[in-house]
Design a protein around this ligand. Structure first.
Ligand code: GMT
Length: 375
């Protein structure tokens, strides 16, 4: 199949999923065309099966906001015609499903029919999409998609509760390629981060409010009061400065390492013992899954789709949002002795295999076949 994939090219989970999906589809022989404003961060290699088409939005002083949707839908029309693309898969409803629908309609004027699959990822529904300023357009573009998928059962239910959706929503969970990320590094450089006695705790996110970064710091503060530990913070975002200041105020800045964005999170996760994800809401928690496949136990909140990934008492523990005392106690339960830690680490890696890409890819391929047969 010739498939166009529209996504955000940044470090966010939806862009990562879209990119990994495109790469895996290309490995199965499909021709993939990424259409977005920058080359996706996880797309390292282009080939005759993987193309990237940049959406350019020329600056014009009249516009207070530059019309990205317009440029994207025009780019979609041109690229679909030029390469004979058969199917459009948009990740994150805003504004991709909206722009995709416009492209579809423009192509139909020329007698070209291209079905559109829309994958809902989380904040496009639970945070941004439900805002009254966007809701009518988001509802419209979801209902006009040929097939709609969501990354968790919980996100499907939230979508049905928050929007007037007439379409069936199919749950296709996020996935992990164990051949790519699950390998245990022989050159895992643990000593760069901590001494042999210290446990290593990690958090990876875009440091937005929804991630509750201050909870991460408070949990770690309580843990390091009891056992030697280091905290590795990976990512960039609006909460970072406040988190750095909090570490100074709590007197733990010598134990917290802020690494910024990284393209090699598996190199960091390979020496991590525990992953913290205390989010306010999380449709899935791809970062937790990436930790698990790298043998890292997870302490998380019990919100959204996280319970579909992290299993209480098996791969880690779940607590109510904001309950940092319980999260710290549970972290200590896991970290306090080597045998318990090893058990949780092994459980996490085994549970992550339920989300192996080889199980999930055929689900998307079946959806594409279905969308194409709706012609
Ligand atoms: O986590 C983020 O804020 C980024 C966001 C995105 O759209 O890139 O992530 C969402 O999609 C991921 C991939 O499907 C999910 O794993 C995340 O749980 C989800 N984030 C939220 O729901 C907050």
């Amino acid at each position: 199949m010739k498939i166009a994939i529209v996504c955000y090219p940044t470090f966010g989970g939806s862009g990562v999923v879209a990119t990994e999906l495109g790469i895996a589809l290309a490995n199965r022989g499909h021709e993939i065309h990424f259409i977005t404003y920058r080359q996706p961060v996880r797309l390292e290699q282009l080939s005759n099966k993987i193309h990237f088409h940049e959406v350019n939005v020329p600056e014009y002083p009249l516009f207070h906001y530059q019309p990205y949707e317009l440029a994207l839908s025009s780019k979609l029309v041109d690229t679909i015609k030029l390469y004979g693309i058969e199917l459009l898969h948009v990740h994150y409803a805003i504004p991709h499903a909206y722009a995709g629908y416009m492209a579809k309609k423009m192509l139909e004027e020329e007698g070209i029919y291209v079905p559109m699959v829309t994958t809902l990822h989380g904040t496009d529904i639970t945070l941004v999409g439900k805002h009254p300023f966007y809701k009518p357009a988001v509802t419209f573009s979801i209902n006009k998609s040929d097939v709609v998928t969501s990354v968790s059962e919980n996100l499907k239910q939230s979508t049905l509760e928050l929007f007037d959706i007439k379409k069936e929503i199919e749950v296709v969970p996020n996935f992990i390629d164990k051949r790519k990320y699950g390998m245990q590094f022989t050159d895992c450089q643990r000593s760069l981060m901590a001494t042999d006695e210290e446990r290593i705790i990690t958090h990876i996110s875009n440091f937005r409010k929804v991630k509750r970064i201050m909870d991460v710091i408070h949990i770690f503060h309580k843990v390091q009061n009891k056992i030697p530990a280091k905290l590795v913070m990976v990512g960039e975002g609006p909460e970072k400065e406040e988190a750095e200041q909090l570490c100074i105020d709590l007197g733990i800045s010598n134990k917290v390492i802020f690494l910024g964005n990284s393209n090699e999170i598996d190199r960091i996760l390979c020496f991590s013992d525990l992953f913290l994800l205390p989010s306010e809401t999380e449709s899935f928690g791809l970062a937790a899954l990436e930790a698990m496949i790298n043998h890292v136990a997870v302490i998380s909140s019990n919100t959204g789709g996280i319970p579909e990934v992290n299993r209480h008492g098996v791969t880690g523990y779940l607590s109510d949002v904001g309950n940092v005392d319980e999260m710290a106690e549970n972290a200590l339960k896991i970290l306090s002795d080597d045998v318990t830690l090893e058990k949780f680490k092994t459980n996490a890696a085994n549970a992550a295999l339920d989300f192996d890409i080889l199980k999930v890819l055929p689900l998307y391929e079946a959806i594409y076949e279905k969308a194409l047969s709706s012609r």
